[in-house]
Design a protein around this ligand. Structure first.
Ligand SMILES: Cc1cc2nc3c(=O)[nH]c(=O)nc-3n(C[C@H](O)[C@H](O)[C@H](O)COP(=O)(O)OP(=O)(O)OC[C@H]3O[C@@H](n4cnc5c(N)ncnc54)[C@H](O)[C@@H]3O)c2cc1C
Length: 427
């Protein structure tokens, strides 16, 4: 039987030891079968199990194999497009609900960590860093917008203040979100999986779902077994492939790359990021970075549309890191990896139902650590018959990428190039 291990990364090499979870063999029945053991699948499973549902999670590779085990680890509030965009694209009632929910994902993560004693190096505080006065004006507007929705742990940073937070002269200011923060993303997923199993939930690894049989009791088929359920939840995100062509048409897998330096030592690490906040800049194709618990700099950036794996990740990301921190020019890179997220044209999550009993959430477009945790709660509410918040997400409209499957990659790259140019020119 094929075995898909974790890709090499700092996270895989510092992962909490976890049991081998057997692949699905034979037939079984459950209340809810969940496809994918990333944050979306695990969060949904945990909420459902906490409410007494029988849950079986089928994972193609290993828990957190996808973006959830490879990401920048940044707890970023709201969505990839902000609430003002949502206000313009849906009803006032839905926008109000989505706005209220925009800060819930981070709370869910912290509740999970506390309740299940998950060891994942949680640190509080995240900063959005501005290169230009236009980006700074955008951050001021973002602060006002978020405060309108009751989120008030925000502080604008001027040039001297941001220099106290991050040792680079590149930024003219920023916005500190005290309820942002960072985690070891794979260990969060592994901790959630263990919490689920402790409550009696079942996870099968190395069990890609090859086919879904729709009907009154849908069935997920793997190579050596099948799960019949009252409901299916599809949470395969950028790794789902074409399992459900209805979903694949309006989303596009994209890659982002991350490097981890050798351990920097306490003094150098503290000199770079004295408060240990995580940072993401305000560019369209943004850089994001933070310190790990063992004082490495974890630096990510770049987007590969269509999710081809670049041959030399270090060659792409190291220059970005040195542009921010030239003082690291002699530092060795110990790990480099890539991961895929799922982009939608609107950059808002794609949520809905196929027939009565197949639910999905995907496509949070690169800002998914908090959203996916919220999605689990909202999907679980819908399966329990309270669909108001689910319907608010499901009401967001999605469109195919221009150019269809053949040309969507070059067309989208061209669009991104335009926004990158605007960032460079500061307009
Ligand atoms: C490099 C990178 C950096 C990022 N950094 C950040 C960040 O700092 N902050 C932030 O908010 N967001 C970040 N993101 C986005 C965030 O990580 C994702 O939005 C989020 O983890 C998606 O979770 P998910 O559970 O929906 O999908 P995934 O974590 O990708 O999980 C999907 C799972 O489904 C499984 N699967 C797929 N198909 C099948 C099938 N047929 N059968 C069984 N299993 C299947 C896959 O193996 C995978 O384990 C980043 C993404 C990447 C790639």
């Amino acid at each position: 039987m094929a075995h898909t291990p974790y890709p090499q990364s700092y996270y895989a090499s510092s992962a909490t030891p976890a049991p081998e979870r057997p692949a699905l063999q034979g037939d079984c029945e459950t209340d809810v079968c969940i496809i994918g053991a990333g944050y979306t699948g695990l969060s949904t499973a945990l909420f459902l199990r906490e409410h007494g549902f029988r849950v079986t999670v089928l994972e193609a590779a290993k828990v957190g194999f996808g973006a959830s085990g490879r990401n920048g680890g940044q707890i970023v509030n709201s969505y990839s497009r902000d609430i003002d965009v949502i206000e313009r694209s849906t009803t006032a009632k839905s926008a109000a609900l989505l706005g209220q929910m925009a800060f819930e994902g981070g709370q869910i993560i912290r509740e999970r960590i506390a309740r299940y004693q998950i060891q994942c190096d949680l640190k509080n505080g995240g900063v959005f860093a501005a290169f230009t006065s236009q980006q700074m004006r955008h951050l001021e507007a973002q602060k006002n917008l978020w405060e309108r929705y009751g989120h008030n742990q925000l502080e604008l940073l001027d040039r001297p203040s941001i220099r106290q937070v991050v040792a680079t002269d590149n930024y003219i200011g920023g916005l500190l979100d005290r309820s942002g923060g960072h985690i070891h993303p794979l260990n969060l997923a592994l901790g959630e999986a263990m919490a689920l199993e402790a409550l009696g939930g079942v996870i099968h690894e190395q069990s890609p779902v090859l086919r879904i049989e729709r009907g009154a009791n849908p069935v997920a088929h793997t190579e050596h077994g099948q799960v019949r359920a009252k409901f299916l939840v599809v949470a395969g995100n950028a790794y789902l492939g074409n399992l459900l062509p209805d979903l694949a048409g309006k989303s596009m897998p994209c890659g982002s790359q991350v490097i981890a330096t050798e351990p920097l030592g306490e003094e150098l690490a503290r000199s770079l990021l004295p408060q240990d906040y995580c940072i993401e800049d305000c560019n369209y194709l943004l850089d994001y970075y933070r310190l790990s618990a063992d004082r490495r700099l974890i630096y990510g950036g770049g987007v590969v549309y269509g999710a081809r794996d670049p041959a030399n990740i270090e060659a792409i990301i190291r220059p970005k890191m040195l542009k921010t921190f030239p003082q690291l020019k002699n530092v060795k890179i110990d790990y480099a990896w890539t991961g895929n997220f799922l982009l939608t044209l609107s950059r808002l999550p794609q949520v809905g139902r196929l027939g009565d009993n197949i639910y999905y959430s995907q496509g949070c477009s690169g800002h998914g650590v908090t959203y996916t945790h919220l999605a689990g709660k909202v999907l679980a509410e819908a399966l329990r018959g309270q669909a108001e918040r689910f319907d608010a997400f499901a009401g967001l409209r999605h469109y195919p990428f221009p150019g269809g499957r053949l040309l969507r990659v070059p067309f989208t790259a061209l669009g991104a190039w335009y926004y990158q140019l605007r960032d460079r020119l500061g307009i």
